[in-house]
Design a protein around this ligand. Structure first.
Ligand code: SAM
Length: 282
């Protein structure tokens, strides 16, 4: 009998994946880290039993959290990734010649080590000379940072455990202070179908801190509810509504390296369902 991994949301539904080989399980100072192999999704990483990354569908998430802000920003050079220990976000960022430096601040070194060993196609950029991997709590890291980053991506776990403090007004204000002018922040803002309450609370806080706040959504097969959201936040840059609002030349280059992102989807992803609009507008 094959083992079955399953994640059931508090609402009582979820996903199940047949495991054919257990590869790793240990407890770090922050969470339980598990990796197993599945015939459906390749290697799978879970944290405290919650789905994080699979080899087969991680691109849905990493392409969306990176290319929407990066191709809307005029000239993104200095980037901050909060969380993102699997390296997928960094891998996508390194596609940009404009990127001079990336700080990746991940609280749990075990996630980085496990990703390097079991997810080489995801973590492949972590040794790049443009990347500094800082193993520390991003809540402390961001304090006192001013006028440094063009783009900040909050690639965090859910608002529980170590991730809880990444979903609050004080943290968002610290992130805003760390932005250079014209800067863009994109937090992952949970599943609009399976975690509507989390999403609504998050947008209430984002709207208190940032002038422009807009959700964008995309499919995410292994996350609860199958649809995910990210928040486009900025003080000066409004959401892109036409090709003239994005770096179209770069977008046509990047889309050829992607399985999901393309310039048409870049504009379409902000056309969100009514229930998502309601959650984001509170
Ligand atoms: N990028 C993956 C995906 O496809 O969605 C999943 C997200 S990534 C694994 C989330 C990371 O955020 C975890 O590795 C977790 O350790 C990290 N994290 C949670 N709280 C943090 C904090 N306060 N500071 C820094 N990293 C944190």
């Amino acid at each position: 009998m094959t083992n079955l991994y399953h994640e059931i949301t508090p609402e009582g539904f979820g996903i199940a994946i047949e495991e054919d080989k257990y590869l790793f399980s240990d407890k770090s100072d922050f969470q339980t880290v598990d990796v197993f192999h599945s015939r459906a999704f390749g290697n799978v990483l879970t944290l405290d039993g919650l789905m994080m990354v699979t080899e087969r569908d991680e691109f849905f998430y990493h392409e969306m959290i990176v290319h929407i802000p990066m191709l809307t920003h005029k000239n993104p050079e200095n980037i901050l990734v909060i969380g993102g220990g699997d390296g997928g976000t960094v891998r996508e960022l390194l596609k940009y010649d404009s990127v001079k430096h990336i700080d990746m601040v991940e609280i749990d070194g075990m996630v980085i080590d496990v990703s390097k060993k079991y997810f080489p196609t995801v973590s492949c950029g972590l040794e790049d000379k443009r990347v500094s991997v800082l193993v520390q709590d991003a809540i402390d890291f961001i304090k006192g940072k001013e006028n440094i980053y063009d783009v900040v991506l909050i690639d965090s776990t859910d608002p529980i455990g170590p991730g809880e403090g990444l979903f609050n007004e004080n943290f968002y204000n610290n992130v805003k202070r760390a932005l250079k002018s014209g800067g863009i922040v994109v937090p992952q803002t949970e599943g609009p179908f399976a975690q509507s309450e989390n999403m609504q609370k998050t947008y209430k806080l984002l709207r208190k801190v940032f002038k422009f706040v807009a959700p964008y959504t995309g499919p995410m097969p292994t996350y609860p509810g199958g649809i995910w959201s990210w928040g486009f936040c900025s003080e000066e840059v409004n959401i892109p509504v036409s090709y003239s609002d994005i770096n179209i030349k770069e977008a046509e280059k990047i889309e050829n390296t992607c399985k999901l992102y393309n310039k048409d989807l870049h504009l379409a992803c902000f056309k969100v369902p009514n229930f998502v609009k309601e959650l984001a507008n509170g």
